[in-house]
Design a binder for this molecule. Structure first.
Ligand SMILES: NC(=O)C1=CN([C@@H]2O[C@H](COP(=O)(O)OP(=O)(O)OC[C@H]3O[C@@H](n4cnc5c(N)ncnc54)[C@H](O)[C@@H]3O)[C@@H](O)[C@H]2O)[C@@H](O)CC1
Ligand SMILES: Nc1ncnc2c1ncn2[C@@H]1O[C@H](COP(=O)(O)OP(=O)(O)O)[C@@H](O)[C@H]1O
Ligand SMILES: [K+]
Length: 499
Protein backbone atom coordinates (compact mmCIF):
# COMPACT_ATOMS: atom_id res chain seq x y z
CA UNK A 1 0.00 0.00 0.00
CA UNK A 2 1.22 3.46 -0.86
CA UNK A 3 1.63 6.00 1.94
CA UNK A 4 0.60 9.55 1.03
CA UNK A 5 1.79 12.84 2.51
CA UNK A 6 -0.83 15.47 3.34
CA UNK A 7 -0.04 17.36 0.13
CA UNK A 8 -0.33 14.18 -1.94
CA UNK A 9 -3.62 13.30 -0.22
CA UNK A 10 -4.94 16.80 -0.92
CA UNK A 11 -4.06 16.44 -4.61
CA UNK A 12 -5.64 12.98 -4.63
CA UNK A 13 -8.88 14.35 -3.12
CA UNK A 14 -9.00 17.09 -5.76
CA UNK A 15 -8.35 14.63 -8.61
CA UNK A 16 -10.97 12.25 -7.28
CA UNK A 17 -13.53 15.04 -7.04
CA UNK A 18 -12.72 16.19 -10.59
CA UNK A 19 -13.08 12.64 -11.92
CA UNK A 20 -16.21 11.80 -9.95
CA UNK A 21 -18.47 10.13 -9.14
CA UNK A 22 -18.29 11.79 -5.70
CA UNK A 23 -18.02 15.50 -5.08
CA UNK A 24 -16.25 16.83 -1.98
CA UNK A 25 -19.28 16.49 0.23
CA UNK A 26 -19.90 13.01 -1.17
CA UNK A 27 -16.40 11.92 -0.14
CA UNK A 28 -16.94 13.52 3.26
CA UNK A 29 -20.21 11.60 3.74
CA UNK A 30 -18.41 8.38 2.80
CA UNK A 31 -15.59 9.21 5.19
CA UNK A 32 -18.00 9.89 8.05
CA UNK A 33 -19.99 6.73 7.28
CA UNK A 34 -16.82 4.61 7.38
CA UNK A 35 -15.98 6.00 10.83
CA UNK A 36 -19.49 5.21 12.02
CA UNK A 37 -19.26 1.63 10.70
CA UNK A 38 -16.10 1.11 12.74
CA UNK A 39 -17.62 2.67 15.87
CA UNK A 40 -20.72 0.49 15.67
CA UNK A 41 -18.63 -2.63 15.04
CA UNK A 42 -16.14 -2.03 17.82
CA UNK A 43 -17.92 -0.02 20.52
CA UNK A 44 -21.35 -1.66 20.56
CA UNK A 45 -21.74 -1.04 24.30
CA UNK A 46 -21.29 2.75 24.01
CA UNK A 47 -24.44 4.88 24.12
CA UNK A 48 -23.01 8.34 24.61
CA UNK A 49 -20.69 9.95 22.09
CA UNK A 50 -18.98 13.36 22.18
CA UNK A 51 -17.92 14.51 18.73
CA UNK A 52 -15.26 17.26 18.72
CA UNK A 53 -15.32 19.23 15.47
CA UNK A 54 -12.63 21.57 14.15
CA UNK A 55 -13.08 24.32 11.55
CA UNK A 56 -11.89 22.37 8.47
CA UNK A 57 -12.91 19.27 6.57
CA UNK A 58 -11.83 17.04 9.43
CA UNK A 59 -14.54 18.77 11.45
CA UNK A 60 -16.83 18.20 8.47
CA UNK A 61 -16.28 14.47 8.78
CA UNK A 62 -17.15 14.88 12.46
CA UNK A 63 -20.54 16.47 11.68
CA UNK A 64 -21.34 13.52 9.39
CA UNK A 65 -20.41 11.09 12.17
CA UNK A 66 -22.58 13.00 14.66
CA UNK A 67 -25.56 13.03 12.31
CA UNK A 68 -25.37 9.31 11.52
CA UNK A 69 -24.92 8.24 15.15
CA UNK A 70 -27.79 10.52 16.21
CA UNK A 71 -30.01 8.99 13.51
CA UNK A 72 -29.13 5.60 15.01
CA UNK A 73 -30.54 6.75 18.34
CA UNK A 74 -27.28 7.26 20.21
CA UNK A 75 -26.90 10.11 22.69
CA UNK A 76 -24.67 12.47 20.70
CA UNK A 77 -23.21 15.83 21.70
CA UNK A 78 -21.16 18.00 19.36
CA UNK A 79 -18.47 20.42 20.54
CA UNK A 80 -17.06 22.81 17.96
CA UNK A 81 -13.84 24.80 18.27
CA UNK A 82 -14.93 27.19 15.49
CA UNK A 83 -17.65 27.15 12.85
CA UNK A 84 -16.78 25.79 9.40
CA UNK A 85 -15.94 28.28 6.67
CA UNK A 86 -19.03 29.45 4.77
CA UNK A 87 -19.56 27.56 1.53
CA UNK A 88 -17.22 24.71 2.48
CA UNK A 89 -18.17 21.04 2.44
CA UNK A 90 -17.82 21.10 6.21
CA UNK A 91 -20.46 23.85 6.36
CA UNK A 92 -22.84 21.59 4.42
CA UNK A 93 -22.14 18.74 6.82
CA UNK A 94 -22.78 21.02 9.81
CA UNK A 95 -26.03 22.27 8.23
CA UNK A 96 -27.27 18.73 7.74
CA UNK A 97 -26.46 17.70 11.32
CA UNK A 98 -29.38 18.36 13.63
CA UNK A 99 -27.29 18.10 16.81
CA UNK A 100 -26.61 21.70 17.87
CA UNK A 101 -22.92 22.32 18.51
CA UNK A 102 -21.74 23.56 21.90
CA UNK A 103 -18.49 25.48 22.31
CA UNK A 104 -15.43 23.27 22.73
CA UNK A 105 -14.52 25.21 25.88
CA UNK A 106 -17.41 23.57 27.80
CA UNK A 107 -16.43 20.02 26.81
CA UNK A 108 -15.44 17.71 29.68
CA UNK A 109 -14.71 14.08 28.89
CA UNK A 110 -16.26 11.36 31.03
CA UNK A 111 -15.23 7.76 31.33
CA UNK A 112 -18.51 6.35 29.93
CA UNK A 113 -18.69 8.38 26.74
CA UNK A 114 -16.78 7.79 23.53
CA UNK A 115 -14.86 10.76 22.14
CA UNK A 116 -14.70 11.22 18.37
CA UNK A 117 -11.72 13.43 17.58
CA UNK A 118 -12.50 15.43 14.43
CA UNK A 119 -10.58 18.57 15.38
CA UNK A 120 -7.70 18.43 12.89
CA UNK A 121 -6.53 15.99 10.27
CA UNK A 122 -4.27 16.68 7.35
CA UNK A 123 -4.66 20.42 7.76
CA UNK A 124 -2.93 20.74 11.16
CA UNK A 125 -0.50 23.56 10.57
CA UNK A 126 0.68 24.81 13.93
CA UNK A 127 1.04 23.75 17.55
CA UNK A 128 -2.18 22.95 19.36
CA UNK A 129 -3.10 25.18 22.30
CA UNK A 130 -6.14 26.76 23.98
CA UNK A 131 -9.43 24.86 24.23
CA UNK A 132 -8.17 22.13 21.84
CA UNK A 133 -5.26 21.37 24.19
CA UNK A 134 -7.66 21.41 27.16
CA UNK A 135 -9.97 18.97 25.37
CA UNK A 136 -7.02 16.63 24.82
CA UNK A 137 -6.03 16.92 28.50
CA UNK A 138 -9.59 16.29 29.70
CA UNK A 139 -9.94 13.24 27.42
CA UNK A 140 -6.65 11.80 28.58
CA UNK A 141 -7.59 12.30 32.25
CA UNK A 142 -10.98 10.60 31.75
CA UNK A 143 -9.38 7.57 30.10
CA UNK A 144 -12.35 7.13 27.77
CA UNK A 145 -12.12 5.46 24.35
CA UNK A 146 -11.16 7.81 21.51
CA UNK A 147 -11.80 7.34 17.81
CA UNK A 148 -9.63 9.67 15.73
CA UNK A 149 -10.85 10.78 12.34
CA UNK A 150 -7.99 10.55 9.82
CA UNK A 151 -5.30 11.26 12.44
CA UNK A 152 -5.26 11.88 16.19
CA UNK A 153 -5.37 15.68 16.34
CA UNK A 154 -1.91 16.99 17.23
CA UNK A 155 -0.06 14.31 15.27
CA UNK A 156 1.65 15.60 12.14
CA UNK A 157 0.46 13.47 9.25
CA UNK A 158 3.75 13.95 7.45
CA UNK A 159 6.26 13.27 10.21
CA UNK A 160 4.45 11.67 13.14
CA UNK A 161 5.70 14.52 15.35
CA UNK A 162 3.47 15.79 18.15
CA UNK A 163 2.58 19.44 17.59
CA UNK A 164 2.06 20.75 21.11
CA UNK A 165 -0.30 18.04 22.35
CA UNK A 166 -2.10 15.11 20.76
CA UNK A 167 -4.88 12.64 21.44
CA UNK A 168 -4.00 9.03 22.18
CA UNK A 169 -6.62 7.25 20.14
CA UNK A 170 -8.00 3.76 20.66
CA UNK A 171 -8.78 3.61 16.96
CA UNK A 172 -7.84 5.81 14.01
CA UNK A 173 -9.87 5.64 10.83
CA UNK A 174 -8.05 7.17 7.90
CA UNK A 175 -9.18 7.43 4.31
CA UNK A 176 -7.97 5.93 1.02
CA UNK A 177 -4.32 5.49 2.08
CA UNK A 178 -2.32 5.77 5.32
CA UNK A 179 -0.09 8.80 5.94
CA UNK A 180 3.54 8.77 7.20
CA UNK A 181 2.39 9.95 10.64
CA UNK A 182 0.44 6.71 11.11
CA UNK A 183 3.69 4.72 10.93
CA UNK A 184 6.40 7.04 12.24
CA UNK A 185 6.95 7.47 15.98
CA UNK A 186 5.79 9.11 18.14
CA UNK A 187 2.62 9.48 16.03
CA UNK A 188 2.27 5.75 15.56
CA UNK A 189 1.77 5.06 19.26
CA UNK A 190 -0.98 7.73 19.37
CA UNK A 191 -3.06 6.07 16.64
CA UNK A 192 -4.15 2.87 18.38
CA UNK A 193 -5.56 0.42 15.86
CA UNK A 194 -5.49 1.83 12.33
CA UNK A 195 -8.20 1.29 9.75
CA UNK A 196 -7.71 2.53 6.20
CA UNK A 197 -11.23 3.00 4.85
CA UNK A 198 -12.35 2.98 1.24
CA UNK A 199 -14.30 6.20 0.65
CA UNK A 200 -14.92 5.69 -3.05
CA UNK A 201 -11.65 7.03 -4.45
CA UNK A 202 -10.47 4.73 -7.25
CA UNK A 203 -6.87 3.47 -6.83
CA UNK A 204 -6.22 4.63 -10.40
CA UNK A 205 -6.48 8.23 -9.18
CA UNK A 206 -2.89 8.07 -7.89
CA UNK A 207 -1.46 6.41 -10.97
CA UNK A 208 1.22 8.63 -12.42
CA UNK A 209 1.25 10.80 -9.30
CA UNK A 210 4.83 9.79 -8.50
CA UNK A 211 4.08 8.25 -5.10
CA UNK A 212 7.34 6.69 -3.85
CA UNK A 213 6.56 5.70 -0.28
CA UNK A 214 5.06 2.37 0.80
CA UNK A 215 4.43 0.39 3.91
CA UNK A 216 7.08 -2.30 3.80
CA UNK A 217 5.82 -5.74 2.89
CA UNK A 218 6.17 -8.51 0.31
CA UNK A 219 4.13 -6.52 -2.24
CA UNK A 220 7.12 -4.16 -2.54
CA UNK A 221 9.79 -6.78 -3.25
CA UNK A 222 8.27 -10.25 -3.59
CA UNK A 223 8.71 -10.32 -7.39
CA UNK A 224 12.47 -9.73 -6.94
CA UNK A 225 12.88 -12.32 -4.21
CA UNK A 226 15.44 -14.94 -5.22
CA UNK A 227 14.82 -18.62 -5.56
CA UNK A 228 17.47 -21.09 -6.71
CA UNK A 229 17.16 -22.57 -10.18
CA UNK A 230 18.04 -26.14 -11.04
CA UNK A 231 21.25 -25.21 -12.85
CA UNK A 232 22.83 -23.41 -9.90
CA UNK A 233 25.79 -24.45 -7.82
CA UNK A 234 26.78 -23.00 -4.48
CA UNK A 235 28.85 -20.14 -5.89
CA UNK A 236 26.31 -19.06 -8.48
CA UNK A 237 23.71 -19.12 -5.70
CA UNK A 238 25.67 -16.28 -4.14
CA UNK A 239 28.98 -16.09 -2.29
CA UNK A 240 29.33 -13.51 0.49
CA UNK A 241 32.44 -12.23 2.24
CA UNK A 242 31.87 -11.27 5.89
CA UNK A 243 34.66 -9.50 7.76
CA UNK A 244 35.38 -10.61 11.31
CA UNK A 245 36.72 -8.45 14.11
CA UNK A 246 39.68 -9.36 16.34
CA UNK A 247 39.93 -12.26 18.77
CA UNK A 248 37.61 -10.76 21.39
CA UNK A 249 34.99 -9.49 18.90
CA UNK A 250 34.16 -12.30 16.50
CA UNK A 251 30.56 -13.06 17.54
CA UNK A 252 28.94 -10.21 15.61
CA UNK A 253 30.37 -11.29 12.25
CA UNK A 254 29.42 -14.90 12.97
CA UNK A 255 25.82 -13.83 13.60
CA UNK A 256 25.91 -12.02 10.26
CA UNK A 257 27.47 -14.99 8.47
CA UNK A 258 24.88 -17.37 9.87
CA UNK A 259 22.11 -15.08 8.58
CA UNK A 260 23.77 -14.89 5.15
CA UNK A 261 23.71 -18.67 4.96
CA UNK A 262 20.16 -19.04 6.25
CA UNK A 263 18.75 -16.52 3.78
CA UNK A 264 19.96 -18.72 0.96
CA UNK A 265 23.38 -17.54 -0.21
CA UNK A 266 25.23 -20.62 -1.43
CA UNK A 267 28.57 -19.90 0.22
CA UNK A 268 29.90 -17.67 2.98
CA UNK A 269 33.54 -16.89 3.69
CA UNK A 270 34.58 -15.27 6.93
CA UNK A 271 37.61 -13.04 6.44
CA UNK A 272 39.38 -13.01 9.74
CA UNK A 273 42.49 -11.37 11.12
CA UNK A 274 45.19 -13.87 12.15
CA UNK A 275 44.57 -13.07 15.80
CA UNK A 276 40.99 -14.37 15.54
CA UNK A 277 41.48 -17.31 13.19
CA UNK A 278 41.45 -19.94 15.91
CA UNK A 279 38.44 -18.50 17.68
CA UNK A 280 36.52 -18.41 14.41
CA UNK A 281 37.73 -21.86 13.39
CA UNK A 282 36.42 -23.28 16.65
CA UNK A 283 32.94 -21.89 15.93
CA UNK A 284 32.44 -22.22 12.19
CA UNK A 285 31.27 -25.31 10.35
CA UNK A 286 29.69 -24.76 6.93
CA UNK A 287 31.06 -21.24 6.81
CA UNK A 288 34.53 -20.98 5.25
CA UNK A 289 37.39 -19.17 6.89
CA UNK A 290 40.12 -17.11 5.29
CA UNK A 291 42.93 -15.13 6.88
CA UNK A 292 42.86 -11.42 5.96
CA UNK A 293 45.09 -9.04 7.89
CA UNK A 294 45.97 -6.50 5.25
CA UNK A 295 44.44 -4.82 2.23
CA UNK A 296 46.66 -7.01 0.06
CA UNK A 297 45.04 -10.09 1.64
CA UNK A 298 41.58 -8.73 0.85
CA UNK A 299 42.60 -7.82 -2.71
CA UNK A 300 43.88 -11.34 -3.30
CA UNK A 301 40.73 -12.90 -1.87
CA UNK A 302 38.39 -10.73 -3.91
CA UNK A 303 40.37 -11.30 -7.11
CA UNK A 304 40.54 -15.06 -6.68
CA UNK A 305 37.22 -15.90 -5.05
CA UNK A 306 35.03 -13.14 -6.48
CA UNK A 307 32.36 -12.86 -3.77
CA UNK A 308 29.06 -11.43 -5.04
CA UNK A 309 28.57 -9.28 -1.93
CA UNK A 310 30.58 -8.15 1.06
CA UNK A 311 29.58 -7.18 4.59
CA UNK A 312 31.88 -5.08 6.74
CA UNK A 313 31.26 -3.59 10.15
CA UNK A 314 29.74 -5.88 12.79
CA UNK A 315 32.32 -6.20 15.56
CA UNK A 316 35.05 -5.14 13.15
CA UNK A 317 36.54 -2.27 15.15
CA UNK A 318 36.60 1.42 14.31
CA UNK A 319 39.55 2.87 12.41
CA UNK A 320 41.79 3.06 9.39
CA UNK A 321 41.53 -0.62 8.46
CA UNK A 322 37.75 -0.40 8.17
CA UNK A 323 38.01 2.72 6.00
CA UNK A 324 40.67 1.13 3.79
CA UNK A 325 38.73 -2.10 3.30
CA UNK A 326 35.43 -0.28 2.69
CA UNK A 327 36.80 2.08 0.07
CA UNK A 328 38.65 -0.77 -1.64
CA UNK A 329 35.43 -2.82 -1.88
CA UNK A 330 33.45 0.15 -3.17
CA UNK A 331 36.05 0.73 -5.89
CA UNK A 332 35.47 -2.69 -7.52
CA UNK A 333 33.32 -3.25 -10.57
CA UNK A 334 29.72 -4.36 -10.22
CA UNK A 335 30.41 -7.30 -12.51
CA UNK A 336 32.79 -8.60 -9.82
CA UNK A 337 31.05 -7.45 -6.65
CA UNK A 338 27.34 -6.58 -6.79
CA UNK A 339 27.01 -4.86 -3.47
CA UNK A 340 28.65 -3.82 -0.22
CA UNK A 341 26.85 -3.57 3.11
CA UNK A 342 28.49 -1.23 5.61
CA UNK A 343 27.11 -1.57 9.13
CA UNK A 344 28.05 -0.62 12.68
CA UNK A 345 31.83 0.00 13.05
CA UNK A 346 32.28 0.46 9.31
CA UNK A 347 29.87 3.41 9.51
CA UNK A 348 31.38 4.85 12.68
CA UNK A 349 34.86 4.62 11.10
CA UNK A 350 33.85 7.42 8.73
CA UNK A 351 32.56 9.74 11.47
CA UNK A 352 35.65 11.97 11.35
CA UNK A 353 35.73 12.18 7.58
CA UNK A 354 32.34 11.20 6.14
CA UNK A 355 33.17 12.89 2.85
CA UNK A 356 35.67 10.20 1.88
CA UNK A 357 32.76 7.78 1.86
CA UNK A 358 29.90 10.05 0.80
CA UNK A 359 31.82 11.77 -1.98
CA UNK A 360 33.61 8.70 -3.30
CA UNK A 361 33.58 8.36 -7.02
CA UNK A 362 30.40 6.58 -8.08
CA UNK A 363 29.40 5.32 -11.45
CA UNK A 364 26.85 2.78 -12.60
CA UNK A 365 29.53 0.11 -12.89
CA UNK A 366 30.52 0.18 -9.23
CA UNK A 367 29.11 -2.01 -6.48
CA UNK A 368 25.93 -0.75 -4.86
CA UNK A 369 26.24 0.44 -1.27
CA UNK A 370 23.83 -0.25 1.58
CA UNK A 371 24.29 1.66 4.84
CA UNK A 372 22.44 0.37 7.90
CA UNK A 373 22.80 2.97 10.67
CA UNK A 374 20.84 3.21 13.89
CA UNK A 375 20.05 6.77 14.94
CA UNK A 376 23.45 7.44 16.58
CA UNK A 377 25.41 6.00 13.65
CA UNK A 378 23.26 8.06 11.28
CA UNK A 379 24.18 11.22 13.17
CA UNK A 380 27.89 10.40 12.88
CA UNK A 381 27.73 10.06 9.10
CA UNK A 382 25.06 12.67 8.31
CA UNK A 383 25.29 15.30 11.08
CA UNK A 384 23.61 18.06 9.05
CA UNK A 385 20.66 15.93 8.00
CA UNK A 386 20.26 14.58 11.54
CA UNK A 387 20.27 18.12 12.94
CA UNK A 388 17.45 19.33 10.68
CA UNK A 389 14.44 18.85 12.92
CA UNK A 390 12.06 19.90 10.14
CA UNK A 391 12.70 16.62 8.33
CA UNK A 392 10.66 13.51 8.97
CA UNK A 393 12.45 10.20 9.37
CA UNK A 394 11.50 9.36 5.78
CA UNK A 395 12.93 12.66 4.54
CA UNK A 396 16.12 12.15 6.58
CA UNK A 397 16.69 8.69 5.12
CA UNK A 398 15.95 9.95 1.61
CA UNK A 399 18.33 12.91 1.94
CA UNK A 400 21.05 10.60 3.23
CA UNK A 401 20.48 8.10 0.43
CA UNK A 402 20.85 10.86 -2.12
CA UNK A 403 23.97 12.28 -0.45
CA UNK A 404 25.65 8.88 -0.14
CA UNK A 405 24.42 7.45 -3.46
CA UNK A 406 23.43 4.48 -1.34
CA UNK A 407 20.46 2.65 0.01
CA UNK A 408 20.08 3.90 3.57
CA UNK A 409 18.32 1.75 6.16
CA UNK A 410 17.64 3.93 9.18
CA UNK A 411 16.84 1.58 12.04
CA UNK A 412 14.41 1.75 14.90
CA UNK A 413 10.90 0.67 15.77
CA UNK A 414 9.86 2.44 12.56
CA UNK A 415 12.80 1.49 10.32
CA UNK A 416 12.88 3.43 7.05
CA UNK A 417 14.67 2.15 3.95
CA UNK A 418 15.36 4.76 1.25
CA UNK A 419 16.99 4.66 -2.17
CA UNK A 420 18.80 7.52 -3.95
CA UNK A 421 15.94 7.71 -6.47
CA UNK A 422 13.53 8.65 -3.67
CA UNK A 423 11.78 5.31 -3.21
CA UNK A 424 11.25 4.53 0.45
CA UNK A 425 9.42 2.14 2.74
CA UNK A 426 8.46 2.35 6.40
CA UNK A 427 8.56 -0.93 8.26
CA UNK A 428 5.64 -1.73 10.52
CA UNK A 429 5.90 -5.40 11.49
CA UNK A 430 8.62 -5.04 14.12
CA UNK A 431 8.61 -5.92 17.79
CA UNK A 432 10.57 -4.41 20.68
CA UNK A 433 12.01 -7.92 21.26
CA UNK A 434 14.32 -7.08 18.33
CA UNK A 435 16.08 -4.58 20.57
CA UNK A 436 18.70 -7.11 21.63
CA UNK A 437 22.47 -7.11 21.09
CA UNK A 438 23.45 -8.57 17.75
CA UNK A 439 20.05 -8.20 16.15
CA UNK A 440 21.40 -5.60 13.73
CA UNK A 441 24.28 -7.89 12.77
CA UNK A 442 21.76 -10.49 11.67
CA UNK A 443 19.85 -7.89 9.65
CA UNK A 444 23.03 -6.82 7.84
CA UNK A 445 23.75 -10.47 7.02
CA UNK A 446 20.28 -11.00 5.56
CA UNK A 447 20.75 -7.98 3.29
CA UNK A 448 24.16 -9.14 2.05
CA UNK A 449 22.80 -12.63 1.47
CA UNK A 450 19.94 -11.33 -0.65
CA UNK A 451 22.18 -9.03 -2.69
CA UNK A 452 24.51 -11.94 -3.42
CA UNK A 453 21.48 -13.78 -4.80
CA UNK A 454 21.02 -10.91 -7.27
CA UNK A 455 18.18 -9.12 -5.53
CA UNK A 456 18.28 -5.38 -6.31
CA UNK A 457 19.70 -3.54 -3.28
CA UNK A 458 16.68 -1.43 -2.26
CA UNK A 459 14.42 -4.45 -2.46
CA UNK A 460 17.01 -6.57 -0.63
CA UNK A 461 17.22 -4.09 2.25
CA UNK A 462 13.43 -3.76 2.46
CA UNK A 463 12.89 -7.53 2.31
CA UNK A 464 15.58 -8.14 4.94
CA UNK A 465 13.97 -5.63 7.30
CA UNK A 466 10.58 -7.29 6.99
CA UNK A 467 11.90 -10.86 7.30
CA UNK A 468 14.05 -9.93 10.31
CA UNK A 469 11.01 -8.38 12.01
CA UNK A 470 8.83 -11.40 11.15
CA UNK A 471 11.43 -13.68 12.73
CA UNK A 472 11.46 -11.47 15.84
CA UNK A 473 7.68 -11.61 16.10
CA UNK A 474 7.59 -15.33 15.56
CA UNK A 475 9.87 -15.92 18.55
CA UNK A 476 8.58 -13.15 20.81
CA UNK A 477 9.66 -13.02 24.47
CA UNK A 478 13.08 -14.39 25.25
CA UNK A 479 14.46 -13.65 21.78
CA UNK A 480 18.23 -13.32 21.44
CA UNK A 481 20.07 -12.54 18.23
CA UNK A 482 21.23 -16.15 17.82
CA UNK A 483 17.58 -17.18 17.38
CA UNK A 484 16.94 -14.91 14.42
CA UNK A 485 18.85 -16.77 11.65
CA UNK A 486 17.36 -20.07 12.84
CA UNK A 487 13.83 -18.69 12.41
CA UNK A 488 14.41 -17.64 8.82
CA UNK A 489 13.48 -21.03 7.30
CA UNK A 490 10.03 -20.83 8.90
CA UNK A 491 9.56 -17.22 7.86
CA UNK A 492 10.68 -18.09 4.32
CA UNK A 493 8.27 -21.01 4.17
CA UNK A 494 5.46 -18.65 5.06
CA UNK A 495 6.58 -16.17 2.42
CA UNK A 496 7.37 -18.53 -0.41
CA UNK A 497 4.77 -21.18 0.37
CA UNK A 498 6.05 -24.36 1.98
CA UNK A 499 6.52 -27.18 -0.48
N1 LIG B 1 -12.71 16.36 0.02
C1 LIG B 1 -11.69 16.21 0.78
O1 LIG B 1 -10.68 16.87 0.60
C2 LIG B 1 -11.79 15.25 1.92
C3 LIG B 1 -11.20 15.57 3.13
N2 LIG B 1 -11.40 14.81 4.22
C4 LIG B 1 -11.04 15.29 5.55
O2 LIG B 1 -10.47 16.56 5.46
C5 LIG B 1 -9.36 16.67 6.32
C6 LIG B 1 -8.48 17.77 5.84
O3 LIG B 1 -9.25 18.93 5.86
P1 LIG B 1 -8.63 20.38 5.92
O4 LIG B 1 -7.61 20.54 4.87
O5 LIG B 1 -9.77 21.31 5.93
O6 LIG B 1 -7.83 20.39 7.28
P2 LIG B 1 -8.27 20.18 8.80
O7 LIG B 1 -9.71 20.03 8.95
O8 LIG B 1 -7.37 19.13 9.35
O9 LIG B 1 -7.81 21.55 9.50
C7 LIG B 1 -7.78 22.78 8.82
C8 LIG B 1 -8.25 23.93 9.68
O10 LIG B 1 -7.65 23.94 10.95
C9 LIG B 1 -6.94 25.17 11.17
N3 LIG B 1 -5.78 24.83 12.01
C10 LIG B 1 -4.72 24.05 11.66
N4 LIG B 1 -3.90 23.85 12.72
C11 LIG B 1 -4.47 24.50 13.76
C12 LIG B 1 -4.10 24.65 15.15
N5 LIG B 1 -3.03 24.07 15.66
N6 LIG B 1 -4.90 25.40 15.95
C13 LIG B 1 -6.02 25.98 15.46
N7 LIG B 1 -6.43 25.87 14.15
C14 LIG B 1 -5.66 25.13 13.33
C15 LIG B 1 -6.63 25.68 9.80
O11 LIG B 1 -6.44 27.06 9.80
C16 LIG B 1 -7.91 25.26 9.05
O12 LIG B 1 -8.96 26.14 9.32
C17 LIG B 1 -8.78 15.30 6.31
O13 LIG B 1 -7.97 15.07 7.44
C18 LIG B 1 -10.02 14.43 6.27
O14 LIG B 1 -10.46 14.20 7.59
C19 LIG B 1 -12.43 13.77 4.18
O15 LIG B 1 -13.64 14.41 4.41
C20 LIG B 1 -12.45 13.08 2.86
C21 LIG B 1 -12.61 14.02 1.74
N1 LIG C 1 11.63 -1.07 19.77
C1 LIG C 1 11.91 -1.69 18.62
N2 LIG C 1 10.92 -2.15 17.83
C2 LIG C 1 11.21 -2.80 16.68
N3 LIG C 1 12.46 -3.01 16.22
C3 LIG C 1 13.48 -2.57 16.95
C4 LIG C 1 13.26 -1.88 18.17
N4 LIG C 1 14.48 -1.54 18.67
C5 LIG C 1 15.40 -2.00 17.80
N5 LIG C 1 14.81 -2.63 16.77
C6 LIG C 1 15.49 -3.27 15.63
O1 LIG C 1 16.52 -4.13 16.14
C7 LIG C 1 17.72 -4.00 15.37
C8 LIG C 1 18.83 -3.48 16.28
O2 LIG C 1 19.97 -3.25 15.54
P1 LIG C 1 21.23 -2.46 16.13
O3 LIG C 1 20.79 -1.19 16.76
O4 LIG C 1 22.23 -2.39 15.06
O5 LIG C 1 21.71 -3.42 17.30
P2 LIG C 1 23.03 -4.34 17.41
O6 LIG C 1 24.17 -3.48 16.99
O7 LIG C 1 23.09 -4.71 18.85
O8 LIG C 1 22.83 -5.50 16.52
C9 LIG C 1 17.36 -3.09 14.21
O9 LIG C 1 16.91 -3.86 13.13
C10 LIG C 1 16.21 -2.26 14.77
O10 LIG C 1 15.37 -1.72 13.78
K1 LIG D 1 -8.60 14.14 13.97
Amino acid sequence: MEILTSAEMGRTDRRAIAKGPYDGYGLMRNAGASVVDEILARFAEVHGVDVLCGPGNNGGDGYVVARLLHERGLDVRVFASAPPRQGSDAALAARDCSVRPEPLSVFRATRERLVVDALFGAGLSKEIGGPEAEAIGSTQAAGCPVVAVDLPSGVSGDSGAILGAAFSATLTVTFFRAKPGHFLYPGRERCGAIVVADIGIAPTVIEGAGIKLWENGPHVWRSDFPSPSSQMHKYTRGHVAVFSGGASATGAARLSARAVARIGAGAVTMLSPSSALLVNAAHLTSIMLQRADTLADVETFVANRRPAAALLGPGFGVGETARLFALFLLGRRKGDLKGVVLDADAITSFAEEPRSLLERMVDGEMPELVLTPHAAEFERLFPDIAADRSLSKVERARAAALQASAVVLLKGADTVVAAPDGRAVINANGTPYLATAGSGDVLAGIIAGLIAQSMPVFEAAAAATWLHAEAGRLFGPGLIAEDLPELLPEVLSGLLGAS
